[in-house]
Design a protein around this ligand. Structure first.
Ligand code: GAL
Length: 654
């Protein structure tokens, strides 16, 4: 049983009863019970209904909702309701509304209208969280606290004066003195030397490019400022209800928040995942972010929101074809989720999300959607034994948010085309195709469990981080433009790869971005032809050996891929790094979870002694099984191989 103490897998969704007359609630709980829903998220946006004026609290309706849910055996992930400050608070304190980089204060009328640094906002959230915790501390339905909602979704940062003051406090704690700040920000450049602590400010819209070191600290600060909002509420919840786990729903691979830090502050990692059904790469991208969720605490996590079918916030909102909701739900389980939850239970009749799909659609129970909801509930009951089981990965991808922020800083880099998500995917895709389990890992984590560690990019790499990597006993692969700057975004003496130079046995004399649309041939020493795009480097080798060279173009004949000992370096972005990767994996003895090649479109993952085989492809696929077992979804005993229809899946208990 996981931290929520709900037995088996969790199944349910966001439930917004305040959008419906009370008569409808009876039908809701009856249908929830019919579908096997065992948990719902309640009160995410309920602040203005719970507190109609300062200190005027009305919990009556929420009491009735929780009692009704409990009476039907449904547990509650209770939100602290602080995701939208109520109109009375905003009108009394207009200063809590966020301000954008150009200085415009944003209006009320949507959600997340708050400045993360506002003491008025933070105090009001903490008061409400305390009132909620005291009210429901002993309610038997309460199994999980849901703080805020999707921090960093609409409001990532605020550029107001209050934020500026908070930013200065943060800078003072980091640098102590103005000299320290001036040195770290390199303010001798472009005449930015600060002489008083009232002068440094958020990187607001300026006539030209803003100091990138200032922007990097702003990213750090903004992630921390939102985290402080979360932590302020968590502290109260932990004081009043120490045994109830606390989460906040993450947003997959979100650029703006350092989820390593955030995950350390919560009891259970939960994620909202909305892969686009129209994107052929959706299963790949989802797999990567689910592996991140599992890796954040190296424990099962929870898919807290997903779309039963279409969303409402893309320009074109394509529904999920029959079977896809089930397949995508099973995929989250395969990658470590202990449940499947949706936004939302009942489809809204009004508001910006009235066309967003729901478990129970506008059309009611005589619909394909509802039939698929019922069927999924039944599947999840069959898979109850999956809950709590773990994944053993021998390969890790290094992911560091600070480096990501530095790499994607605006207007100061040799190329704006190096995007970390794409770089991660380019390595993840061939691993995924081979059914190889992958963890993501931050700097500083003990890597000794892994045979292969891949750092797709380490633009920012400190001497300490480089020393950790040098101590890794397995095979290491480092991607281009790594070891470039230190923690203050200052180029390491001598240039890249800075503190990684000895480990890689080379130096990057010049960065050589490849113009858009141009392909650069690369020829491996064994004759394999590769293609680089976006990025190449003029490398000078110390004691590394050459694995591949550029062929033609400005770097003709120069090294493109190198090796020193167990460390491989790529000075370019390869379209498909599979040949380089395969060689490393084979040398390390890493194989996929089935031990055999997988047919196109099939994803294979192992959790405990459960083997998930998911056919995302459009054609039937036959998969060789590593051992006999029973398919938990159908009860069939299987051995040898199994044919899987398009969008179907097998969950084999080995
Ligand atoms: C999430 C959010 C939900 C709902 C959902 C729709 O970002 O947390 O409240 O808006 O998207 O896809």
């Amino acid at each position: 049983m996981g931290p929520t103490r709900v037995p088996g897998l969790l199944f349910g969704g966001d439930y917004n009863p305040e959008q419906w007359p009370e008569e409808v609630w009876e039908e809701d709980v009856r249908l929830m019970a019919e579908a096997g829903v065992n948990v719902v998220t309640v009160a995410v946006f309920s602040w203005s209904r719970l507190e109609s004026a300062p200190g005027v609290l009305d919990f009556g309706w929420l009491d009735r909702v929780l009692d009704l849910l409990h009476a039907h055996g449904i547990a509650v992930d209770l939100a602290t309701a602080t995701a939208t400050p109520p109109p009375w608070l905003v009108r009394r304190h207009p200063e809590i509304q966020p301000v954008d980089a150009a200085g415009t204060r944003l209006e009320f009328g949507s959600r997340q209208g708050y400045c993360p640094s506002s003491p008025v906002f933070r105090e009001a959230t903490v008061r409400l969280a305390r009132a909620m915790a005291e009210r429901y501390r002993d309610h038997p339905a309460l199994v999980l606290w849901h703080v805020g909602n999707e921090y960093g979704d609409h409001t990532v940062e605020c550029y107001c004066e209050e934020s500026a003051r908070d930013f200065r406090r943060w800078l003072q704690a980091r640098y102590r003195t103005l000299e320290g700040l001036n040195a770290a920000w390199g303010t001798s450049c472009w005449g930015q030397h600060y002489t008083d602590w009232t002068q440094p400010a958020p990187p607001r819209k300026a006539p030209g490019p803003v100091n990138p070191a200032q922007v990097l600290d702003w990213r750090r600060f903004s992630s921390d400022a939102l985290l402080a909002c979360f932590e302020a509420e968590r502290e109260v919840l932990k004081e009043v209800t120490p045994d109830i786990p606390v989460t906040t729903n993450f947003m997959s691979l979100l650029h703006h928040l350092d989820y390593w830090k955030w995950a350390a502050a919560e009891d259970l990692v939960s994620d909202d995942a909305y892969p686009d059904p129209a994107d052929p790469l959706a299963p790949l991208k989802a797999a990567l972010s689910y592996d991140l969720m599992r890796s954040l605490k190296r424990r099962p996590w929870l898919l807290l929101e997903s779309a039963p079918s279409a969303v409402s916030w893309r320009e074109v909102n394509v529904p999920k074809e029959p079977g896809v909701m089930r397949l995508h739900s099973l995929q989250a389980l395969a990658h470590g989720s202990d449940g499947v939850m949706f936004f939302q239970w009942r489809q809204a009749r009004y508001g910006p999300e009235k066309f967003h799909s729901a478990m129970l659609p506008h059309g009611g129970t005589d619909t394909r959607q509802w039939r698929e909801t019922l069927a999924l509930g039944a599947d999840l009951r069959r898979l109850a034994g999956v809950a709590g089981t773990g994944t053993r990965a021998e390969v890790a991808l290094l992911l560091d948010w600070e480096s990501w922020w530095g790499l994607e800083a605006p207007e100061s880099l040799p190329s704006a085309r190096l995007r970390l998500h794409q770089l991660l995917l380019s390595w993840y895709a061939p691993l995924h195709r081979r059914g190889i389990a992958v963890d993501l890992a931050p700097h500083g984590r003990d890597l000794s469990d892994y045979r292969v560690v891949i750092a797709p990019n380490l633009y920012l790499c400190t001497t300490e981080q480089a020393a950790d990597l040098a101590a890794f006993p397995g095979r290491l692969v480092v991607g281009p433009f790594s070891g470039v700057v230190d923690a203050a975004d200052q180029v390491h003496p001598g240039g890249a790869p800075g503190p990684l130079r000895e480990l890689l046995g080379l130096r990057t004399e010049e960065c050589w971005p490849i113009p858009d649309g141009r392909a650069q041939d690369v020829l491996a020493e064994d004759g394999t032809r590769l293609v680089a795009r976006t990025w190449s480097e003029w490398l000078e080798l110390d004691d590394a050996q050459v694995l591949a060279r550029y062929r033609g173009g400005p770097l003709d004949g120069r090294p493109a891929v190198t090796r020193r000992g167990a460390v491989t370096y790529l000075g370019c972005v390869l379209d498909d790094p599979t040949p380089v990767l395969d060689e490393v994996l084979d040398a390390a003895g890493v194989t996929g979870v089935t031990g055999a090649p997988l047919p196109e479109g099939v994803e294979a993952c192992r959790r405990g002694d459960h083997l998930f085989l998911l056919n995302h492809g459009a054609a039937p696929a036959t998969v060789t099984l590593p051992a006999p077992g029973a398919d938990l979804l159908t009860g069939r005993p299987l051995s040898g191989s199994v044919a899987i229809a398009p969008r179907d899946a097998v969950v084999l208990r080995l």
